[in-house]
Design a protein around this ligand. Sequence first.
Ligand code: HEM
Length: 177
Amino acid sequence: MGKLRLSAFRPRHIPQDEKPEITIKQIEEGKGQRAEHAEHVELVETIEPVAQHSKIQLDSIVYPILPKRTAAKDLPFIPSTEVAKRDGKGGSRLWIVVDSIVLDATEYQKKHPGGRQIIAGFGGRNCSWQWWSFHGGGIWDSIAAGLRVGRAEGVSNPYERPPAIVGLRTHGFQDWD
Ligand code: HEM
């Protein structure tokens, strides 16, 4: 394995007429979202071969985990089609979505006190209500906020949320009197 030169990550100059053309239609179809800006296209094209050779996962470069200080409004928008691809299978990153925030749990899953499998089962999916069933704002601030890679809309939850119990009801004890 050769050494990875940082210079390899710098965008090389691509003459204007060679720039790949991304149409609005492609973006809508989920084909060109990561390439909405020409500079981004160049960067992705440049690092892709490097990433393959060095076993660096391209996703973690293109969508890095952002510092906690990054405001939610400044997180990049990631199309739901891209989120769905990061299901943790076949060497892909493992992303989950909680309240429209995309978390990269690739490394964290191994440390998760509730087990790796429960997170892996939600790879590329939304798990908002399950997440808030088991964790509170303290865990969000201390851990999850440090795993954010972006925002996404329209990522579905594989399980329907059970109806909330409103008011009091008996739990099988009928012999009070
Ligand atoms: C990257 C996202 C996640 C983070 C940062 C995270 C963090 C944590 C932490 C810190 C605990 C220990 C809580 C404690 O001891 O009080 C925990 C427990 C747990 N988590 Fe997560 N978790 C994540 C994702 C998930 C997901 C997606 C699920 C399931 C839908 C899940 C289910 C659980 C369960 C079942 C426990 C054990 C609760 C218990 O033993 O009482 N977690 N998680």
